[in-house]
Design a protein around this ligand. Structure first.
Ligand code: GLY
Length: 568
């Protein structure tokens, strides 16, 4: 073994040991640094990002190192068998939006999940038919080539060593394996990684070693993404799909490209909000909800009655999600009106919101120029920033926990079930309860609509915050809540993430509130006419920001054991 690798493995062991010890201690969920900051949902992934910064990489390298490491240590949320959206702001002020969203295979059809005229959720959520062509590695490669300072091959090689050495799984991963044991058991290569020889799930503290995944990462390190899209890994996937009723072929893999999109820019109370355009619905609806909220003095509402603030924001969410269900889809295939983020349209929607009771929203609205002016075309979020002025927001996913549950033998890659983010049948809810129209119906080569919302916030032309979240449609609403708490309520960043959240997505017509929300406030909301559903957590948010004294602050969501780190 070369000396560099021996030293790296020894350091890795120490990091893993310290991480397991620290997991027992109460930990702050924020950290500051003069030279940079990073936040993710897993300590080992954040440490990989920090190492990239220390090794002379920039925030783009750090975010990518964190993302590929999450594919090893947090595979139920994300990995190279899935997709991502990357938003980068360069020191020169250029914003780059890279679309690594998965793509429907060439043989996919609008009715592929219908049996006897009804969509069968099982088919779009578990097993070979659920898998769309992965895009994450193509996007990381493009981002590293365009903006990075560190070779992606080295980053992948370091993550491969972690997969080989193994690490003790945390309670979140253990819970996810336990909850999906039966589906995992259906796929022998997945079971071989996540279950014990007796078929029981790995539990917290068990060491997870992924030799096949390490081999895959090394092939990608040596050959680049071509190893997946035109090489041995792709051949293994296509052969398995052909033998097991899946659709993905070698041609589908060879056809995949990560795309650069035009970022979606809106404004909010003197700030510029840079969001991700379709096939994300995030940029459109974060912008739309904030536009609607411009009609209200949120701080005054909060002071008058906290329930009133929740009500108004929930009504804005409801109106936006009614539009999402009808208008949104992959803008390379269907017209998505730019008018959705028009300020006059937002004013018109805001006038429908009453302060004393819920508004009945039966259908979507009609944004201006809807027929002519269009965009041209369980998840995790990473936020990173450095002293050179790179700001990065990456949201990445395999969709629901462990995606399709398929690991193709020999690859170690958990394959996504992103086909479920298409609308399998108009009006039929997907795994997140979201309904869609023909705009989001399945077509070959189309990218399923996403809620992933990597977002940058600028003031006076300078970035002040990079953020994003996990949680399906709750991503959009959490990003909105973090922004209004930061800008309108002027809360410390930790409180922007820690305070109880709420969520409305139009259908079902229900207001979701976190259990930490005071009973008295919940009661007031019921009196206004909201049907409440109390949930444990409305998603997971990560953010980095600039402090008043010019330092960088990283905050991870306190709802799970992630890690924020700063570099001094
Ligand atoms: N798979 C969740 C999303 O992209 O919204």
């Amino acid at each position: 073994m070369p000396l560099r690798r021996v030293v790296f493995v020894c350091v890795l062991w120490v990091c893993i040991a310290l991480t397991s010890l620290r997991a027992e201690e109460p930990r702050s969920f924020s950290a500051q640094g003069r030279r940079g900051a990073i936040a993710s949902v897993h300590p080992l992934a954040t440490q990989a990002g920090l190492k990239a910064l220390r090794d002379g990489g920039n925030a783009v390298d750090a975010a990518i190192a964190t993302a590929v490491t999450l594919g090893v240590v947090d595979g139920h949320n994300s990995g190279l068998g899935g997709g991502c959206f990357i938003l980068i702001r360069s020191p020169e002020g250029e914003t780059i939006a890279i679309d690594g969203r998965e793509m429907a295979p060439g043989a996919a059809t609008a009715d592929m999940y219908l049996r006897d005229g009804k969509a069968v959720a099982e088919l779009s959520q578990t097993g070979p038919l659920a898998v769309a062509v992965p895009g994450a590695i193509a996007a990381y490669e493009l981002a590293a080539r365009k903006c990075g300072r560190k070779p992606l091959s080295r980053t992948l090689d370091e993550a491969a060593q972690l997969a080989d050495v193994g690490f003790p799984i945390d309670r979140v991963t253990a819970r996810n394996i336990r909850e999906h044991r039966d589906e995992i058991a259906r796929f022998p290569a997945t079971a071989a990684v996540l279950l014990k020889a007796n078929g029981m799930p790995l539990v917290e503290g068990d060491r997870l070693v992924q030799a096949d995944l390490a081999h895959t990462y090394r092939q990608l390190a040596e050959q680049g993404s071509a190893a997946l899209y035109r090489g041995a890994i792709g051949k293994q996937i296509a052969a398995w799909m052909a033998a097991n009723g899946g659709l993905i072929t070698e041609i589908d893999l060879a056809n995949y490209v990560a795309l650069e999109r035009e970022p979606l820019v809106t404004t909010y109370r003197g700030h510029t909000i840079v969001g991700f355009p379709p096939p994300s619905s995030g940029g459109v609806h974060v912008g739309q909800i904030l536009n609607i909220l411009k009609a209200f003095d949120l701080k005054e509402l909060q002071q008058r009655d906290p329930a009133l603030l929740i009500h108004v924001v929930a009504e804005a969410m409801k109106l936006a999600f009614a539009d999402r269900a009808y208008w949104l889809g992959d803008s390379d295939f269907v017209p998505v009106p730019r008018g959705l983020v028009d300020n006059d349209y937002a004013k018109q929607l805001a006038r429908r919101i009453r302060l004393d009771q819920v508004t009945v929203v039966d259908d979507h609205g009609w944004p201006p120029e809807w027929d002519t002016r269009h965009f041209k075309k369980h998840t995790t979020h990473i936020a990173a920033v450095d002293e050179q002025g790179w700001w990065v927001a990456i949201t990445t996913t395999v969709n629901t926990s462990f995606g399709s549950k398929v690991i193709v033998p020999g690859t170690g890659l958990v394959l996504n079930n992103e086909m479920d983010d298409f609308s399998a049948q108009p009006g039929m809810p997907n795994a997140f309860g979201l309904v869609g129209s023909r705009h989001n119906e399945i077509a070959p080569g189309k990218r399923p609509l996403s809620s992933m919302s990597p977002t940058l916030v600028l003031r006076d032309g300078q970035p002040v915050m990079a953020l994003g979240a996990a949680g399906g449609p709750k991503i959009i609403t959490q990003v909105v809540l973090a922004i209004i708490r930061f800008i309108d309520l002027e809360l410390p960043l930790e409180q922007c993430l820690a305070q109880p959240r709420w969520h409305h997505q139009w259908r079902p017509d229900r207001l979701y509130v976190e259990q930490a929300l005071a009973d008295s406030v919940q009661q007031r909301l019921r009196e206004m006419g909201h049907e409440l559903q109390v949930i444990q957590a409305a998603g997971i948010t990560q953010v980095v920001a600039r402090t008043a004294d010019g330092r960088f602050l990283g905050v991870h969501d306190p709802r799970i054991p992630g890690l924020a780190a700063g570099l001094d």
